[in-house]
Design a protein around this ligand. Structure first.
Ligand SMILES: [Zn+2]
Ligand SMILES: [Zn+2]
Length: 81
């Protein structure tokens, strides 16, 4: 059972705790080895890929100031992270 509350976690005081990854770094979890349970885990977030201009579908390129802009000079689309 995952630990969500004060009492959940208090039950594992003094136990052996490890942080492990599963799969191809797809999921990382904090486990109580003593009890053999996952206390907390996170899935790897899907990468955000923005490579085409939403307006004209041209390739987007990085700007020196950070952010990306449309490679079409006529379009003028610009996006800052
Ligand atoms: Zn435990
Ligand atoms: Zn564009």
């Amino acid at each position: 059972m995952a630990a969500h509350t004060y009492k959940d976690l208090l039950a594992h005081v003094g136990h052996k705790i490890e942080c492990v990854v599963y799969g191809d770094n797809d999921n990382v979890a904090v486990e109580c080895v003593t009890c053999g349970v996952v206390l907390k885990d996170f899935d790897k977030p899907a990468p955000v890929i923005i490579d085409l201009c939403p307006i004209c579908k041209s390739q987007l390129i990085d700007t020196p100031k950070g952010g990306i802009k449309c490679s079409s000079s006529r379009c003028g689309y610009w996006f800052c992270y």
